[in-house]
Each structure stands twice: as structure tokens, then as C-alpha cells.
Design a protein around this ligand. Structure first.
Ligand SMILES: [Zn+2]
Length: 321
């Protein structure tokens, strides 16, 4: 059987794993990124993670000769063709770091090809190959975390656009002149559905006099807490999630009209709020706004791979090539 090594590079941790083409994770490990130390140091950490995974694989009876390559999912604007991290908000100070070349130099003796893509593109590929989107050709992925990330698959391939920036669904404008977004624009989906913004919207409502069981934990409020309060029937929390769903639905209406995908897959922390609290408001908004055919074609579902989507997708970068 053939294997590849997936690397899910985050601002805090490097997750590494050995995967078969069927998406099975044979062995895995996590180590700190040390992003502040710069691209060369992080490349040597990735190399160390790869070698440790190979060691682990040997004890499980897997031969390094069965490896087809290494795939890396990295946050930020990635030039996939050249393996360069152009810029990343999660890897502070990085500018045009030739990460794939650095890792390749560290692992020269392995003679393995190295592939790199944006982390959300990798997650999208993960969901396409082994998650909610198996067997489909045209899908979009939305990840709700600190930021709101997006990925687009057209005719079975992740679409990168002309300058490698395609898929920024989180920066679809949902409210003209709305809340300020980290990208500099106003009214982006991320400025309503990003973790910090969900919390801020909740605090604003409580400070304007709304009653809620969340009043006592304003200083350490998180989307998870809001979601938990909603599960127990807190009216304000239910409303915040319904509004969040509505904004996502507005953005997905544009996506449905522009791309006419078969499926919109939604993952990330707040997606755990579930069918009734989040997904029903999303679907209601899309069916209210979108034209008949694009609305009916686009199934809106929860991501299936959870925290492993990035790792699985990174490993699939090598198989895909
Ligand atoms: Zn924005």
C-alpha cells in the first residue's frame, strides 16, 4: 500500500500523520511550531516531525519506500506552484518564505516530493476526498473559527484563482457599511461570524439591556459558551446563533448564484451548535433569497472530519499529485 505524510501547520502546533490513500491515519504526533523563530526553524521542525512519523511507521511495519510524498497545509496566502508562504496572519513576520524548498533541503536524503497549499484548501480537499463531499465535483467549504475561511472545488479540483487567493468566502460582504473586518473592509461575513465578532455582538446586546444567562461570564465569553447557553434555551444565545446563521445564509446565497455548487460544507467550532440552532437558519435564509435551481442544488451540511480535516487534506495533496 502507498502512504503519504500530512502536515497541518498551525500558528501554535504542527500536526503530522502518516496516511493511506483511503484516509486512514496510521500514526500521528503533535509538536510546537515556534513560528516566531522564522521559516527555516519551522522547516526543520516539520522535517523532524516527518522523520519521527517515519520512525513510528517503521515500528508499525510500514516501509519508508512506500511513501509517495509529503503534503503541508499552511495558514496564509500560499503560492502552491512554488511552495512559498507569501504571507500569513498566523505566522507573524513571515514574508515570501520558500517553505517547501526549506523542508526539501532538510529531508534531501528522502527524495520525496513536497506539496503545500493553504490550510483551508487542504481541509476542503480532506472533506472532498474523505468527508462530507465524497463523490462530488463542485463544493465549497466554510470554516468558522477565529476567522472565517473558505475553499472552493470546481470539477473535482481545488480552485486557486489567478493570484492564489480564491475561496475567501469569509470576506463576502453581508452588510454594506457594517462591522469592520480585519481585512480592512466593512460588513464581511467574518465580521459577524468570526469567533471574536460573535462574542462582541453578544456583549453589545447584553450591555444594551438584554437579559441572558451569559451576563455573569462576559469577561471570558466564547462562541462555545454561547452555543451551550443556546442548547439550554437561553433566548439571547439562540438569537445570536440564528443571526449568525442568517449572515452565513446571505453569503451562501451569493456562492450559490456564482458557483452553483452541489454542497456547502460548514465546519469549525460554532458549527457544533447543530442543525436546529445554526443550520436551519442558514438553510431558511438561502431558500428565502436564492433562485430556485442554485438553492435546491446546494446541500448545506456539517463537515465530517472535524479537527482531522486539515491533516487528511494535507496528506491528500501528495496523492492528488
Ligand atoms: Zn473581511
Amino acid at each position: 500500500m502507498e502512504y503519504s505524510i500530512g502536515i497541518d501547520l498551525g500558528g501554535t502546533d504542527i500536526k503530522a500523520g502518516l496516511l493511506s490513500e483511503s484516509g486512514e491515519i496510521s500514526c500521528r504526533l503533535v509538536m510546537p511550531t515556534d513560528a516566531d523563530a522564522g521559516g527555516k526553524v519551522v522547516a526543520s521542525r516539520i522535517a523532524e516531525a516527518v522523520l519521527r512519523v517515519i520512525e513510528k511507521a517503521k515500528t508499525a511495519g510500514i516501509d519508508a519506500r512506500d511513501l509517495v510524498g509529503i503534503g503541508i497545509g499552511s495558514p496564509g496566502l500560499i503560492i502552491a506552484q512554488t511552495g512559498v508562504v507569501h504571507f500569513s496572519p498566523n505566522l507573524e513576520g513571515w514574508a515570501d518564505v520558500p517553505l517547501a524548498d526549506y523542508v526539501k533541503a532538510e529531508l534531501a536524503e528522502l527524495e520525496l516530493p513536497i506539496f503545500i497549499d493553504n490550510d483551508v484548501n487542504a481541509m476542503t480537499l480532506g472533506e472532498l476526498s474523505h468527508g462530507a463531499g465524497v463523490g462530488l465535483k463542485n463544493i465549497v467549504c466554510l470554516t468558522l473559527g477565529t476567522g472565517v475561511g473558505g475553499g472552493v472545488v470546481i470539477d473535482g479540483k481545488v480552485y486557486h484563482g489567478s493570484g492564489n487567493t480564491a475561496g475567501e468566502l469569509g470576506h463576502t460582504v453581508v452588510i454594506p457599511d457594517g462591522r469592520f473586518c480585519g481585512c480592512g473592509n466593512q460588513g464581511c461575513l467574518e465580521a459577524y461570524a468570526g469567533a471574536r465578532h460573535i462574542v462582541e455582538r453578544t456583549i453589545q446586546k447584553i450591555e444594551s439591556g438584554r437579559r441572558s444567562s451569559l451576563t455573569h461570564c462576559l469577561s471570558d465569553l466564547t462562541p462555545k459558551r454561547i452555543s451551550e447557553a443556546a442548547q439550554t434555551g437561553d433566548e439571547l444565545a439562540v438569537e445570536i446563533l440564528a443571526e449568525t446563521g442568517r449572515y452565513i445564509g446571505i453569503a451562501l446565497t451569493s456562492v450559490a448564484h456564482i458557483l452553483n455548487p452541489q454542497m456547502a460544507i460548514i465546519g469549525g467550532g460554532i458549527a457544533e451548535a447543530g442543525e436546529k440552532l445554526l443550520f436551519e437558519p442558514i438553510r431558511a435564509e438561502v431558500s428565502k433569497r436564492a433562485m430556485d435551481i442554485p438553492a435546491k442544488t446546494m446541500r448545506i451540511v456539517k463537515a465530517q472530519l472535524g479537527n482531522d480535516a486539515g491533516l487528511v487534506g494535507a496528506a491528500m495533496l501528495a496523492f492528488q499529485a
